[in-house]
Design a protein. Structure first.
Length: 536
C-alpha cells in the first residue's frame, strides 16, 4: 500500500511539472507608489552609478525610479507570479499556467497592455550546453612572446600598444551579459581576474558557473591570462557576469531578462556592457522581428540598450552571425543608435561571410566597426586554448580594447568615446554595410587626444604616499562641491584592494592593509578621473 501511495505521488509530481506555463510582458501606465523619490537617488543607485552620471553631465530621471511596488503587489495573485521587472521600460513579466488569467490583468487600471512573450513546460531543465566547434591549439608552440596566440587579434586594432602604454583596463568595470559562464570560477586563466559578482536573471536560483559555456568563452577574450600563450584584451578590468539568455528556448522574454541585467549593471556602476546576444526570430513565428523594426527605437531589447547608453554606459553589441543566412541583417540590439555594434573580420582584414550586415531601417551605419571574430583565440569550456568563429568574439575583443582606451582617456563621455572610435577607423569617410566604419586604430585614437588635440582639462589633486609603519595616503586639494568623490586602489593585476569616499580639502587614507608592490590609485569626481601609481 505504501508503494502505491508513493507511485501515485510521483505521478502527480510529474504531471504538475509537465504543465505548460505562459509568460506575458505587462506595460504599466506610470510609477505611482514606487516608494522612491528622485530627490533621494542613493536609495536606488550606487555611488558609482551616480558618479558616472555626474561625470558625464547626466541627470537622474523618472526612468531611474523603480517600478511601483503597489502595482507589482497587485499583479501577483494566486496562480500568477512576477518573474522579471524593467524600470526603464516600466514593465513586468508575469508567469501563469492558466493563460486566461491575463484577461483580469489587462483590466487593471494601471496596466496599459500585455503581450505574450514565452511558453514552455514548468520544471524544465534550465541547463543546456550548446555545441561549439574548435581548433585545439593546446599543443602548438607559443608565439609573440608574452601574448602568445592572442597577439594578432589585438594588433589588428593596435590594442597591444595600449597595453604597452600601461592601459589594461584597470579601473574600468565591464558587465558581460550572456548565456552562462561554465567553469569560469575554476579555470586557471581567471585566477588573476577581478570578478565582482555574478547574477542569473533567467533562473535566479541557478549557478551561472554551471550554465552555458558561451559567456565563459566571451569572458576569456577579454580577461583570460595564460602568459606566453594568451592574454585577453582587458585583463586588468573588473567584471560582473550576468546571465540573461535562456538556452532552452528562444522567445522574446529573453529581451526582458536582458533589460533587467542591464539595469542591474547600471545600478552597480559599470562602465561598459558587452553583450554577444542578438534577437530576430523566435520559436513562434508570430513573435519574429522584421527588418523594418531595426530602426533603433522599436524592438524592446534595442530600447533597453539605448536607455543604458543614456545612463552613460558604453554598450558594445555583437552584430550577429546572419550574414550568410536568410535574415542576413544585424540582430537587435545591434540597431541601437549609441551602441557600438561590432562585425567580424579575419586577421587578414577580410570581412567574415557569416557577419551580419547593415544598414538599419532608418539608414544609419551598422555595424559600426569590425574586429577579429574569425579564428578568434579564446578559452573553451575546459580552459583549453582554442579558436572559434562568431561576432560573439569580435565584440568582447573590442570591448576589452575600449576599456583600455577609456582608462587612458577617462574624461571622455561615452558618446564622445564612441565618436572617437568611429573617427579613427579605416573607412570612416566611406562606410559600408559590411565593415561599417572599418577597423579602429585605438592607439591613434588615444594619441589624438593625449597629444593635445581637443584634450579635456584634467584636474589633479595632490597625492602623497607615506610608506612607513602606519603607512597611508594623503589626498589634498579636493575642491568643495556637491559632487561625490571616490578613491579606489588596485593591485597591479587589477584587484581592487581599497575603496573610500573623499571629502573636500585634505583626506588621510589608511593603506596598512594593502599588499606589497605596485598599486594604481584612481580618484573620481564629477568632472575628472585621476590616476597615479604608488609602491608599498
Amino acid at each position: 500500500m505504501k508503494v502505491r501511495v508513493l507511485l501515485l505521488f510521483i505521478v502527480c509530481v510529474l504531471s504538475v511539472s509537465a504543465q505548460t506555463e505562459f509568460k506575458f510582458r505587462v506595460w504599466l501606465k506610470d510609477k505611482n507608489g514606487s516608494g522612491y523619490s528622485l530627490e533621494r537617488p542613493s536609495e536606488f543607485l550606487s555611488a558609482k552609478a551616480l558618479l558616472r552620471r555626474q561625470r558625464q553631465g547626466l541627470i537622474v530621471d523618472s526612468t531611474d525610479l523603480p517600478v511601483s511596488k503597489n502595482y507589482l503587489n497587485s499583479l501577483a495573485s494566486p496562480g500568477v507570479k512576477v518573474v522579471s521587472v524593467s524600470k526603464w521600460m516600466n514593465t513586468a513579466v508575469v508567469a501563469m499556467t492558466d493563460s486566461s488569467a491575463i484577461s483580469s490583468i489587462r483590466a487593471l487600471p494601471f496596466v496599459a497592455k500585455a503581450e505574450w512573450v514565452w511558453q514552455g513546460a514548468t520544471g524544465a531543465n534550465p541547463s543546456s550546453l550548446r555545441n561549439e566547434s574548435f581548433e585545439d591549439q593546446s599543443s602548438s608552440p607559443a608565439l609573440f612572446q608574452e601574448y602568445g596566440y592572442g597577439y594578432q587579434q589585438l594588433a589588428v586594432s593596435n590594442g597591444h600598444l595600449l597595453h604597452e602604454a600601461g592601459f589594461r583596463g584597470q579601473g574600468i568595470t565591464i558587465a558581460v551579459i550572456d548565456a552562462g559562464f561554465y567553469k569560469a570560477d575554476s579555470i586557471a586563466a581567471y585566477r588573476h581576474l577581478q570578478i565582482l559578482g555574478a547574477r542569473d536573471f533567467v533562473y535566479p536560483r541557478q549557478n551561472v558557473y554551471k550554465a552555458d559555456r558561451h559567456g565563459q568563452m566571451v569572458l576569456s577574450v577579454m580577461g583570460a591570462v595564460d602568459s606566453f600563450r594568451f592574454i585577453g584584451s582587458a585583463p586588468g578590468a573588473a567584471y560582473w557576469l550576468l546571465r540573461s539568455e535562456d538556452t532552452g528556448s528562444e522567445y522574446p522574454v529573453e529581451e526582458d531578462y536582458w533589460a533587467a541585467a542591464a539595469e542591474f549593471a547600471d545600478s552597480v556602476g559599470v562602465d561598459i556592457i558587452n553583450t554577444s546576444l542578438g534577437y530576430s526570430t523566435f520559436e513562434q513565428s508570430v513573435m519574429n522581428h522584421t527588418h523594418q523594426q531595426l530602426d533603433g527605437k522599436t524592438i524592446f531589447v534595442t530600447r533597453a540598450a539605448s536607455y543604458a547608453t543614456q545612463k552613460g554606459i558604453f554598450v558594445i553589441v555583437s552584430a550577429g552571425n546572419e550574414g550568410n543566412k536568410t535574415w542576413q541583417k544585424i540582430n537587435a540590439p545591434g540597431d541601437a543608435a549609441d551602441a557600438l555594434t561590432v562585425g567580424s573580420i579575419s586577421t587578414s582584414l577580410q570581412v567574415s561571410t557569416f557577419s551580419s550586415v547593415g544598414f538599419t531601417a532608418d539608414n544609419r551605419v551598422k555595424p559600426d566597426v569590425v574586429a577579429v571574430g574569425e579564428g578568434t583565440y579564446l578559452m573553451d569550456g575546459t580552459g583549453k586554448l582554442n579558436t572559434s568563429n562568431g561576432t560573439s568574439f569580435s565584440a568582447p575583443l573590442m570591448s576589452g580594447m575600449v576599456a583600455c582606451l577609456w582608462q587612458a582617456l577617462p574624461d571622455l563621455k561615452a558618446r564622445d568615446l564612441l565618436g572617437l572610435i568611429r573617427k579613427y577607423s579605416t573607412f570612416y569617410t566611406l562606410p559600408d554595410e559590411h565593415y561599417g566604419y572599418g577597423v579602429p586604430d585605438l592607439m591613434a585614437a588615444y594619441r589624438s587626444i593625449s597629444n593635445g588635440a581637443a584634450s579635456p582639462r584634467i584636474y589633479k589633486p595632490d597625492v602623497f604616499f607615506k610608506n612607513k609603519k602606519g603607512s597611508g595616503l594623503v589626498v589634498r586639494n579636493i575642491p568643495p562641491s556637491d559632487s561625490l568623490y571616490l578613491l579606489r586602489i588596485y593591485a597591479i593585476d587589477g584587484r581592487m584592494e581599497l575603496g573610500e569616499k573623499l571629502e573636500a580639502g585634505e583626506n588621510y587614507v589608511d593603506t596598512r592593509h594593502l599588499t606589497k608592490g605596485v598599486h594604481i590609485v584612481f580618484i573620481e569626481g564629477k568632472n575628472y578621473r585621476y590616476s597615479t601609481k604608488i609602491i608599498k
